[in-house]
Design a protein around this ligand. Structure first.
Ligand SMILES: [Zn+2]
Length: 85
C-alpha cells in the first residue's frame, strides 16, 4: 500500500452513495496495524481520544492531524457532503 503522504491524505475511496454511512478510516500507515487518526463519514469526522468521542459535523475544507507515532502530518480534504470527488 502506498504511503499517504503530505498532500491529500486520501486513499482507497470507495464510491459510496450519499446516504450510505460507510465510515472511512483515516490512518497513518507507519506501523502495523496502522495508526487510526480518525474516521470519516461524508462531512462528519469522528475522533476518538482516549475515552472520548468527538463527532464534528458539516466539515468542509481540510483537517490536519499529526500521527502520534511517527510525527508525520496528514491532511484530509473534505468537500461538504461529497465523500470523494
Ligand atoms: Zn505515523
Amino acid at each position: 500500500m502506498a504511503a499517504v503522504n503530505a498532500s491529500g491524505g486520501e486513499h482507497g475511496g470507495e464510491a459510496d452513495g450519499p446516504a450510505g454511512r460507510a465510515a472511512r478510516r483515516w490512518v497513518c500507515p507507519c506501523s502495523v496495524p496502522p495508526v487510526l487518526l480518525a474516521t470519516v463519514e461524508g462531512d462528519r469526522v469522528n475522533l476518538k481520544i482516549r475515552d472520548r468521542y468527538y463527532h464534528i459535523e458539516g466539515v468542509q475544507g481540510r483537517v490536519r492531524a499529526t500521527c502520534p507515532r511517527c510525527g508525520r502530518e496528514h491532511t484530509l480534504t473534505l468537500k461538504g457532503g461529497a465523500t470523494d470527488a
